[in-house]
Write a protein that binds this ligand. Structure first.
Ligand code: SAH
Ligand code: SF4
Length: 359
């Protein structure tokens, strides 16, 4: 039997790509712009609903492109707190996105800042010892459209625009570099979601070559490094990736990024009792931060079922922060929002379908 031509997921494509495909079948370039206005302006979910396009073109679009499905399976959390969405993809894989509203304490009562934490892979291959996402290994990369689709779907479900994006959900964004950058291109573009690059943060466990690659591309996206250990001995214990890219290689890549982008990097540092929260750990962290003129975001460890690390007491957290503050290092501590709804990445997916979580 003759194979049907494969349809391309429309949310994975840029405007010039769709223009080129439509030009090849004799359509004027402005038709692609109209299609994109429907998709990103009016948030159409089918070609048949694009009522000002000729019927013939709609049929042509249907034969060439498809809409990815991100089916909401479960939502946790309420209107004004952190909300966690679990989505099922076309192939049955489960991914999570977490919506974090502005903290009135930081941004004032009237702030409408809404941050979305996005996944980039199904599972994760990096196996950090504190993280639920890596517990079942890695199954696949997300397509650009599945990354963009999380923004569109959550905006639809919560009825408001997202104005800040962090790639801190499931997966290692830099290990899905090409699709990540395509997705960011679509999220950033005036014909796409139209969110400024400075409102987009990529978090990485420290893939040095990709950090350099990111430094060499033009978008002013922000970079966060999941540091979690300020010496090789400590970091290796929690993050196996440190054996491949030890702190020296990572810091050099970060320096390169800082110089090229003229931008401050953020170090994410989860506080785990007795593992990385001693005064000497704080002192080592101060040295790294100073070298890079970076910022630190401390996160008290969120307990994960099946992992035996524990969250330090508030007194220990405060003692750690005091070392940073005395050294005048810019540091904040995130008293986890959504801690009660298992908001740390990968946790909801495991609760819903532990057997399917590995894909
Ligand atoms: N793979 C990328 C992005 C996803 S993980 C990376 O490692 O940076 C992003 C962040 O999730 C981690 O840096 C950490 O801040 C947070 N995280 C993961 N598991 C956590 C846990 N159990 N408790 C608190 N934060 C956690
Ligand atoms: Fe993967 Fe990041 Fe979790 Fe490490 S912290 S296992 S790199 S998602």
């Amino acid at each position: 039997m003759e194979q049907l031509p494969q349809r391309l997921p429309i949310h994975s494509l840029s405007l010039p790509e769709v223009e080129a495909r439509l030009a090849a079948c004799g359509q004027p370039a402005y038709r692609a712009k109209q299609v994109f206005q429907w998709i990103y302006g009016k948030r159409a979910k089918s070609f048949s609903s694009m009522s000002d396009l000729p019927a013939g073109l709609r049929t042509e679009l249907e034969s060439q492109f498809l809409f990815d499905s991100l089916e909401p399976v479960r939502t946790l959390g309420s209107e004004d707190t952190t909300r966690k969405y679990l989505f099922r993809l076309n192939d049955g894989s489960l991914i999570e996105s977490v919506l974090i509203p502005a903290s009135p304490a930081l941004y004032g009562e009237a702030s409408d800042r809404r941050t979305l934490c996005i996944s980039t892979q199904v599972g994760c291959a990096y196996g950090c010892k504190f993280c639920a996402s890596g517990l079942d290994g890695w199954s696949r990369n997300l397509l650009p459209g599945e990354i963009v689709g999380q923004v569109l779907r959550v905006e639809e479900l919560c009825g408001a625009r997202i104005n800040n994006i962090v790639f801190m959900g499931m997966g290692e964004p830099m290990a899905n570099y090409a699709n990540l950058m395509t997705a960011i291109g679509i999220i950033n573009a005036p014909w796409g979601v139209e969110l400024g690059a400075r409102h987009i943060t990529i978090s990485t466990s420290g893939l040095a070559p990709q950090i350099r690659q990111l430094a060499d591309q033009p978008l002013q996206v922000r970079l966060a490094i999941s540091l979690h250990g300020a010496t090789n001995a400590v970091r290796e214990q929690i993050m196996p990736v440190n054996r491949k890219y030890p702190l020296e290689a990572l810091m050099e890549a970060c320096e390169y990024y800082t110089q090229r982008k003229k931008q401050r990097i953020t170090f994410e540092y989860i506080l785990i009792e007795g593992v990385n929260d001693r005064p000497e750990d704080a002192a080592a962290l101060v040295r790294l931060v100073r070298r890079l003129n970076a910022k630190v975001n401390c996160i008290p460890y969120n307990q994960v079922e099946g992992l035996d690390w524990i969250r330090p007491s508030e007194a220990r957290q405060d003692a750690f922060m005091a070392v940073l503050q005395r050294a005048k290092v810019p540091a904040t501590i995130r008293r986890e929002k959504g801690h009660d709804i298992a908001a740390a990445c990968g946790q909801l997916r495991r609760q819903v379908a532990p057997q399917a979580a590995g894909g």
